[in-house]
Design a protein around this ligand. Structure first.
Ligand SMILES: Cc1cc2nc3c(=O)[nH]c(=O)nc-3n(C[C@H](O)[C@H](O)[C@H](O)COP(=O)(O)OP(=O)(O)OC[C@H]3O[C@@H](n4cnc5c(N)ncnc54)[C@H](O)[C@@H]3O)c2cc1C
Length: 295
């Protein structure tokens, strides 16, 4: 067992990760740390062995932890890095631990537009940066002027979009560093808050809100929609154990009866195989599948 010097925040052992993911499934993490602020986080990072497996968690709204759990240390970022302030007239400086919804509301209150799409994305800004989250034509990295990152030694780096390879739901570059904050640029426009209400209503009409899910499971293939292909293959309502393909939105898998992570992963694989067989399209997962299968 590794020893971690005292941090001011919480350190828990054998933490059930089902409580920290929106799919409400999965096994335990060896260690689960909730630092209180950036200094505490830096202390934690410096104290961990260099080869320690790290998993940064926002709200777990794009993550499936397998039933055998995660061997390593989970770093919870909610409530840590919570700065949110206007900068340079049309920019917002936002900590990675702020929720995307709060960022959207803040932009609207400041008469900044372009960030309305963040309102319906149920994660933190760190997760949105890592995933290049987007909706309704908006995308996180279109707004990034710069980001701050932290490495395993607890050192802070300033990065610009040029340091990353950014694509649809994918961000690569600066390996061994994690997002601490971002400077985001928006347009100045008084109508921003009206759009948020319309976008949230549209979401409620088309998505299975109020259920345990992880949003879109698969990336849309070029010039097509994963949901369309899944529906065309007759997979709506397909079930394995407690996991079921949503009747409302075919790219959502719902945990409606205490699904195991294996139920969800097996259903993901079944969808992939069926779609491949019937349409010859390889669906790639958007969700991150992490950890060990139960032996
Ligand atoms: C109902 C529902 C609707 C959704 N709709 C959308 C949508 O419209 N568009 C969309 O893009 N997504 C959508 N999602 C998916 C998800 O909400 C987004 O991907 C979100 O940005 C993930 O944020 P999170 O904090 O929950 O990330 P998590 O699931 O906690 O983490 C996701 C990944 O980011 C990494 N990560 C987290 N924080 C950091 C950090 N600070 N630095 C580096 N890496 C980090 C994690 O290690 C993990 O690999 C939806 C999900 C749900 C449940």
């Amino acid at each position: 067992m590794i020893s971690i010097p005292a941090i001011r925040g919480e350190l828990r052992y054998n933490e059930a990760m089902a409580g920290h993911t929106s799919w409400r499934a999965g096994g335990q993490a060896d260690r689960y740390c909730v630092p209180v602020d950036l200094d505490d986080l830096a202390t934690l990072l410096r104290s961990l062995p260099e080869d320690e497996n790290l998993l940064w968690m926002g709200l777990g709204s794009n993550t499936l932890i397998r039933d055998g759990g995660f061997r390593g240390t989970v770093i919870a970022t909610q409530g840590v890095m919570s700065q949110l302030e206007r900068r340079e007239n049309d920019c917002v400086y936002v900590g990675a631990g702020v929720s995307s919804a709060k960022l959207a509301r803040y932009c609207a209150s400041e008469n900044l537009s372009g960030g309305e799409f963040f309102a319906g994305i149920p994660g933190l800004v760190g997760g949105a940066l890592a995933m290049n989250a987007g909706a309704f034509g908006g995308e996180t990295w279109r707004h990034v002027v710069s980001v701050e990152t932290i490495d395993r030694k607890g050192e802070i780096h300033q990065r610009t979009p040029d340091d990353y390879r950014v694509a649809y739901r994918s961000v690569e570059g600066s390996e061994g560093e994690w997002f601490v904050s971002a400077l985001l640029k928006f347009d100045i426009d008084e109508k921003a808050s009206i759009n948020i209400k319309q976008l949230l209503a549209k979401r409620a009409d088309t998505q299975p809100t109020g259920t345990a899910n992880c949003g879109s499971v698969f990336r849309n293939p070029e010039n097509d929609y994963a949901a369309r292909l899944i529906e065309q293959c007759g997979l709506k309502g397909k079930r394995i154990g407690g996991a079921v393909v949503s009747e409302k939105h075919a790219n959502f898998i719902i945990n409606d009866q205490q699904a195991t992570a294996a139920d969800i992963e097996n259903l993901i694989e079944l969808v992939q195989k069926t779609v491949k067989r019937q349409t010859d399209v390889d669906l790639q997962t958007e969700v991150k599948i992490i950890g060990e299968k139960r032996s």
